[in-house]
Design a binder for this molecule. Sequence first.
Ligand code: T5A
Length: 208
Amino acid sequence: MSAKFITVEGIEGVGKTTNIAFIQRWLSGRGIRYLCTREPGGTKLAEELRGLLLKPRDEQVDDVAELLMIFAARAQHLSNVIEPALRQGTTVICDRFTDATYAYQGGGRDLGTGKVAVLEQMVQGDRRPDLVLLLDLPVETGLSRAKKRSDPDRFEREQLEFFNRVRHTYLDRAGQMPDRYAIIDASLPLADVQAQLADVLSEHFDND
Ligand code: T5A
């Protein structure tokens, strides 16, 4: 079985962290070697960039500066962690990847797809996820779940409209690339969310 690059996406509080723990258990149960990582982050330098990106600040952050920092972190993460793991036959589970950039910077910040696509090609070459697990729920539900958990970071301080644009960009991309995306209804009780995930994972791994 070849190593797969699987990303988990969705708006704030959609349950990525919770469900990645389930995915890890699922893979372990089948004896599949995997590595779990996240974006922005995944290396020392990329985690430092993550800290800079998420920290609330009184200076207005330029949208393109934000985009470049995200891709700087991604370049480091890809060359030091993701690509070596895939080359060694290790499946990689990544909490967010470039679909988040299309959704948050392209959609949320309204930068559009052009600049993101140029950087995607420059940083990733042909590397794209084999499977994107898009956890989807109404923005209000996600934000209220996220609020219970911790103080809002710089992104979580955005308005509802921002997150609605993010959500719709994700859904549009999933509609355009149905072979690569699986949309999971994350508004359901956890057991039902995980049953959907198990079905999608079985389809991808058991038929390989
Ligand atoms: N970003 C990132 C960009 O703008 N561009 C990019 O290119 C990238 C890569 C950090 C930020 O960076 C931005 C987007 C983000 O704003 P992050 O750390 O992934 O990214 O941020 P969050 O989305 O905030 O991730 P969280 O870890 O905070 O949320 P999760 O993981 O989606 O949610 P989770 O699992 O912590 O669950 C939240 C709560 O809901 C409960 C859980 O128990 C928990 O309390 N829950 C459920 N409750 C009821 N029913 C269910 N089915 C539930 N599932 C979970």
